[in-house]
Design a protein around this ligand. Structure first.
Ligand code: FE
Ligand code: FE
Ligand code: MG
Length: 172
């Protein structure tokens, strides 16, 4: 635990920060696995572009899990030790792929990113001017989650537009 490092936190209980971070930690592992398995089972048009994006996002979520775990330890907490706890602590849950179609997979992933954006903006609000280090870490993660949403939405829009054009060519 960082003694001097933690003495600069004020106006918020350290336990409260640890609890929020452990919930985010659960989210990151579930997001990591969701991307991992989506990249495996995905089918359909332009799936290679989607696989590249999903695989990159999986790596980012795992990196986020690392960042959050390290901060929990600095604060004197313990990152969730058992995967079962991911499901009892998660904010955003886990969306197992049901249909493997590229558009459906991207829609599930976009929903997940939108939840992550809400969670990290909430933690940033709560720690702003109180715990500068956590605020900085969650702000970095938040920027990644905003980029993730944008990447997925852009890909989703390209694919649906392409499909619409193809259909018009068939009908016209
Ligand atoms: Fe993340
Ligand atoms: Fe993300
Ligand atoms: Mg990306």
């Amino acid at each position: 635990m960082a003694r001097k490092g933690n003495s600069i936190i004020h106006g918020i209980e350290i336990d409260e920060i640890i609890t929020m971070l452990n919930r985010a930690y659960a989210d990151e592992w579930l997001a990591y696995y969701q991307y991992f398995i989506e990249a495996k089972v995905i089918t359909g048009i332009m799936k290679d572009a989607a696989i590249a994006e999903l695989t990159q996002h999986a790596a980012d979520e795992l990196r986020h899990a690392n960042m959050v775990a390290d901060r929990i330890l600095q604060l004197g907490g313990t990152p969730l030790l058992h995967p079962e706890a991911w499901f009892t602590h998660t904010n955003c849950g886990y969306d197992a792929p049901e249909t493997y179609n590229v558009v459906n997979i991207l829609e599930d992933a976009i929903k997940g990113e939108q939840c992550a954006i809400s969670v990290y903006s909430q933690i940033a609000e709560t720690t702003r001017n109180k715990d500068i280090v956590t605020y900085d870490i969650v702000s970095q993660i938040l920027a990644d989650e905003v980029e993730h949403e944008e990447d997925l939405q852009a890909l989703h829009d390209d694919i649906t537009e392409f499909v619409t054009e193809i259909k018009q060519q068939f009908n016209g």
